[in-house]
Write a protein that binds this ligand. Structure first.
Ligand SMILES: Cc1cc2nc3c(=O)[nH]c(=O)nc-3n(C[C@H](O)[C@H](O)[C@H](O)COP(=O)(O)OP(=O)(O)OC[C@H]3O[C@@H](n4cnc5c(N)ncnc54)[C@H](O)[C@@H]3O)c2cc1C
Length: 829
């Protein structure tokens, strides 16, 4: 084995010696690994090494179709993808080598009114990101793409900034630029194991010996799960076969043809040096290599499968008749990795300190690799992500999601989902029914229509008798709108039951638990046992890392309750911030208790029929938690709410849950007890402007900006993390602030990402939204920015507002106060 291959040298210099020690080892020489390496070097971290098992690009990167699309589902993902075009130009400047980048734009075609709605909604989001987008009709589309049969096409969007580039050239340019900056690259070097010590990375073992290091970045694409699995690091991804065809040369193809994306017909098309390249995102994809990716795979191609692709080839030939007439020169089938939620995986693994991952790119890795590589490099150097990256954060995954059968089945769906309609509230259909509350079958018998979150099945709405609990998707009012409205009304006017078992429950206990938690929490949790405290956890910049309740169960025992998706992340935050020598343990006890919430003005009267406990406000005030008898069992009743009404969350040991549920439902009829689902919950919480972490706040939004400064105990002994950063903002006020918007027109629906206009100027966007059935209008939470001072109630009231939905603007009112019961009179009743 040579000591470094030719690519290990920079500008003809001698091959560097194989290192025994370095600061960072980047594993994998595809677009992502080389991007991480380049950007680490850019940040001045030049004591960094990239190890590639075979040759650079020999994994998935070499056969990427080279499409560089900027527009993604959200603002931050679009920002990462848009960076690619700047990077390509910069690489060409630095290295003098071509990246093959051509910016002829792309066309996104709608064949259905639903898709047209989707594109127009995306266009409004694009406005926030500086991605230009122009609508064109079928006629203009035909002029721009003369080989296209435009029959039945509703319209298209032209994105002039999109383009394509050569994946191999870009990867090589990244490696060269990184080496010019001082980084080192070693091909033909396989990492066999990561070595950990005291919970942190200590080095990597390779087939050329050991390298001591402080950080690794696993950029091994479809190999990432198996490499990470050796260290119990959870990287849920699975390879799938991914296809494109290349035709014989076609004389009529002009070199400046934009890339054509036709999601309704599952195809994309581009000019490949005078030939047509037609690629597919077909439903019912073919997972590949479930038992493990072969170790010796290099520049891999998989067998053709005409039968599998036939329906999509036929559709494409109908759209582009010349495609059906010329010969096919290449039927390409290559593997790419897909994740359970079609979003890639970035960040430091909660299982091992210093172990970073950048993998699972769901066929957008070429376009996103530049930005993702930069983000991970920044994350390594700064010890935190450079922006809110929660949607791709590795900590969103639960350990079960590395299950091979689960990944296999989900992968049949995820590849096609890329081009499927991205309907609001769309649910995955594969690998369902994995995490069920003890009440699941009972709720199903009541007509529950379940949605999936982190593997949990949660009742989103209840179908009335005679109606099938199935979604009928659209951008308008979906089939559950009215049933969910009735659930909402039951909570506001009577009493309703929610199953909130999917809450994450984290037990923090030990002699130092109070001291350590109090430093992490903004609120004062040094309260009497039996009190519930609503609090955030902030980082040292004052950004909100978590939004939880903390219940003091005993002197040395606290229960942190969070949402199901944040359970891993919040535990990670606790472990990172609890002093290493503190006498504190952190345990995930989610599975131990079901949570049955009884909410509504009649909840006290109703629950009183089931318990001997005194539920009066004097005996059981808001914010109290105590054990009460219920049926033949006991539950810990917590007087708290996310819906803005009188109510109790009942924490019931799992094995008692069905009994308690039966007792509750058995007594419910005289009170008209209804079952209510998560869609109603969302509508209710929006009316109260209750924030949702991950949407309405993140690690880059400060406590003051999020409007949650009231939770902080500013003067508690010892302070809290983030206090010093927040104090000046608390004094001066924030120039960016979360506000609540209510549309004037009761008809349009908000979903989130809608731009907010103030006096004709773009000032922010909606972070979460829902129709409020009591208010009778769509409500959205969103940040607004003021250029010349703090956002105050007066400044907000002085403006006129419009929210942009699918490129149309609708007038709205804005406030810092909740539209429903802003004084909280109802919850304290
Ligand atoms: C047919 C097809 C078309 C595509 N078209 C596009 C497109 O148009 N636009 C787009 O954005 N994306 C596209 N993609 C997706 C894109 O190619 C991938 O997302 C991207 O290349 C992934 O890059 P990566 O660096 O994560 O993985 P890879 O390129 O697979 O790199 C991982 C590297 O890690 C190495 N490795 C593995 N294990 C080890 C080990 N133990 N030690 C050392 N090295 C190791 C491998 O050898 C490999 O080189 C396409 C994919 C396919 C299959």
């Amino acid at each position: 084995m040579p000591d470094g291959s030719p690519t290990a040298t920079a500008g003809g210099a001698a091959a560097p010696e194989f290192p025994r020690q370095t600061r960072v080892v980047v594993i994998g020489g595809g677009i992502v690994g080389t991007s991480v390496l380049f950007h680490l070097a850019e940040r001045g971290w030049t004591d960094v090494v990239l190890l590639e098992r075979k040759r650079l690009t020999s994994g998935t990167t070499w056969h990427a179709a080279g499409l560089v699309g900027q527009l993604r589902a959200t603002y931050n993902m679009t920002a990462l993808a848009s960076y690619a075009k700047d990077l390509f130009r910069e690489l060409e400047r630095r290295t003098g080598d071509s990246t093959g980048f051509m910016q002829h734009g792309s066309l996104l075609v709608a064949h259905t009114p639903g898709r047209w709605d989707e594109i127009r909604r995306n266009a409004s989001m694009a406005r926030l990101t500086n991605v230009d987008m122009e609508f064109i009709g079928p006629e203009r589309l035909g002029e721009m793409w003369p080989l296209l049969n435009t029959d039945g096409i509703v319209g298209a969007a032209f994105i002039p900034g999109d383009g394509m580039a050569n994946p191999t050239d870009v990867t090589m340019a990244l490696a060269k630029a990184a080496k010019l900056a001082g980084a080192r690259v070693f091909e033909h070097t396989k990492v066999t194991r990561i070595v950990g010590r005291d919970g942190r990375v200590a080095g990597v073992e390779t087939d050329r010996g050991m390298i001591d290091c402080e950080y690794v970045v696993n950029c091994t694409g479809m190999w990432a799960r198996q490499l990470a699995g050796q260290d119990d690091v959870v990287v849920p991804l699975h390879a799938a076969e991914h296809f494109y065809l290349v035709t014989e040369p076609i004389a009529a193809l002009t070199p400046d043809l934009p890339v054509l994306r036709m999601p309704d017909e599952q195809a994309y098309v581009r000019n490949e040096a005078g030939k047509l390249m037609v690629g597919f995102f077909e439903p019912g994809a073919k997972p590949w290599a479930t038992d493990g990716i072969p170790d010796d795979a290099e520049f891999l191609t998989l067998p053709e499968d005409w039968d599998h692709l036939e329906p999509y080839i036929v559709k494409a030939a109908n759209r582009i008749p010349v495609f059906g007439q010329v010969g096919i020169q290449l039927f390409f089938n290559g593997p790419e990795s897909f994740t359970p939620d079609d979003r890639y995986i970035l960040g430091e693994a909660p299982q091992l300190g210093g172990y970073f991952v950048a993998a699972g790119f769901n066929s957008v890795g070429f376009a996103s690799g530049g930005g993702a590589g930069r983000a991970v490099a920044d994350w390594v150097v700064d010890g935190r992500p450079p922006m809110d990256l929660w949607e791709v954060d590795i900590r969103r995954f639960m350990p079960f999601q590395r299950n091979r059968r689960y990944l296999y089945e989900r992968t049949t769906e995820t590849l096609g989902l890329l081009y499927e309609m991205h309907w609001p509230f769309r649910q995955v259909e594969t690998a369902r029914g994995i995490r069920r509350s003890p009440l699941h079958d009972r709720l199903a018998a009541r007509g529950a229509c379940f949605g999936e979150v982190s593997g949990w099945e949660r009742a989103n709405w209840y179908a009335p008798e005679g109606v099938e609990p199935r979604y009928e998707y659209s951008y308008g009012r979906q089939n559950w709108f009215e049933p969910s409205a009735e659930e909402h009304r039951a909570v506001r006017e009577g009493v309703a039951l929610f199953d909130q078992t999917s809450f994450g429950k984290i037990l923090v206990q030990g002699r130092d638990a109070e001291r350590e938690l109090n430093r992490i929490c903004t609120a004062n949790i040094a309260v009497e046992p039996g009190r519930i405290v609503y609090t955030q956890w902030c980082n040292d910049r004052g950004g909100v890392e978590a939004d939880v309740t903390v219940t003091r169960l005993a002197e040395d025992r606290f229960l942190v309750v969070t949402t199901g998706t944040q359970t891993m992340r919040d535990q990670d935050w606790l472990r990172r911030n609890i002093a290493p020598d503190a006498h504190v343990t952190v345990t995930d006890v989610t599975s131990g208790e079901a949570v049955i919430s009884i909410m509504g003005p009649q909840s006290r009267e109703f629950l009183a029929t089931l318990t001997d406990a005194d539920l009066s406000s004097a005996a059981f005030p808001f914010g109290a938690a105590r054990e009460i008898d219920l049926g033949y069992a006991f539950a810990r009743a917590a007087r708290t709410t996310y819906v803005g009404e009188l109510g109790w969350e009942l924490y019931v040991p799992s094995e008692f849950a069905t009994h308690v549920y039966d007792a509750i439902v058995g007594a419910g009829e005289p009170f008209g007890l209804r079952h209510a689902g998560y869609h109603a919950l969302n509508s209710l919480r929006m009316e109260k402007a209750y924030r949702h972490w991950g949407h309405d706040m993140s690690d880059e939004d400060t406590l003051v900006e999020a409007g949650l400064a009231f939770t902080a105990a500013w003067d508690k002994p010892g302070g809290f993390i983030g206090r010093e950063a927040l104090l000046p903002q608390r004094e001066a006020g924030a120039s960016r602030r979360l506000a609540v918007f209510t549309l004037d027109d009761p008809e349009p629906l908000l979903y989130h990402n809608e731009p907010v206009w103030r006096d004709g100027e773009l000032v922010g966007w909606i972070t979460s939204a829902m129709f409020g059935h009591t208010v009778g209008r769509s409500i959205g939470l969103g940040y607004v920015r003021r250029k010349d001072g703090p956002v105050t109630a007066d400044w907000l009231a002085a403006g006129t507002y419009e929210l942009e939905i699918a490129t149309e603007r609708f007038s709205a009112s804005a406030s810092l106060r909740a539209p429903y019961d802003p004084t909280n009179a109802r919850i304290r009743a």
